[in-house]
Write a protein of this length. Structure first.
Length: 206
């Protein structure tokens, strides 16, 4: 049986000041974000999950709680490798970020993260899951760029700060939508295996 890791992006966030919130505290799901999280939870309710992980951020914890309602036998496990990008732009207005095309990486010095570091920790998380839950399905609630760069790695696309165009892969959106589900399927236990990737948005845009 393949090992399947289902990366769920958190639902839409309440952000009245329109800032890039990153790792800032106290950013929770909006009313629409809760509906999105419920849709993701519904999509996963009949999936036999062996474990449920989440990033430390409140918005991912809330999203994971909706999934946990359908899988009450699981304990939600917080994992630092699923965390949001470590960036110098937390709190920056969206108007400024739009001028940068939401590029969190160009001219961001160490210890801030680059795409390669994000993929490295995502792969480390996947390897841990493949070791501990071989042949099973695991859900992990995380963040947009963590999912986006993991997809690019799995599709053998060169990582670039502005390379996030996924419609060409047959996905419904150009970037992993809030509360979307991206599944990475591994057929073997080979460390270097590149997984098959599928992606769904479990709700319709209105």
């Amino acid at each position: 049986m393949p090992t399947e890791i289902l990366f769920v992006r958190h639902g839409e966030v309440h952000n009245p000041d329109q800032v890039y919130y990153g790792r800032l505290p106290n950013f929770i799901l909006s009313e629409n974000g809760r509906r999105q999280a419920q849709a993701a939870a519904e999509a996963l309710k009949d999936v036999s999950l062996a474990a449920l992980f989440t990033s430390p951020q409140g918005r991912t914890q809330e999203t994971a709680a909706f999934i946990n309602m359908h899988h009450p036998h699981l304990t939600v496990q917080t994992h630092e490798l699923l965390n949001e990008v470590y960036s110098p732009f937390d709190g920056t207005p969206h108007s400024v970020m739009e001028l940068r095309n939401y590029d969190l990486y160009t001219d961001s010095p160490a210890p801030y993260e680059q795409p390669e570091i994000i993929v490295q920790r995502a792969r480390e998380f996947m390897l841990q899951v493949r070791r501990d839950y071989a042949g099973q399905k695991v859900a992990a609630v995380t963040h947009g760029d963590v999912i986006a760069f993991s997809i690019l790695w799995a599709k053998s696309v060169t990582l670039h700060p502005n390379e996030r165009h996924f419609v060409r892969f047959g996905f419904p959106d150009s970037y992993p939508a809030t509360a979307s589900i991206t599944t990475f399927s591994f057929e073997t236990d080979a460390v270097a295996e590149v997984p098959l990737v599928t992606h769904v948005r479990p709700y319709s845009l209105t």
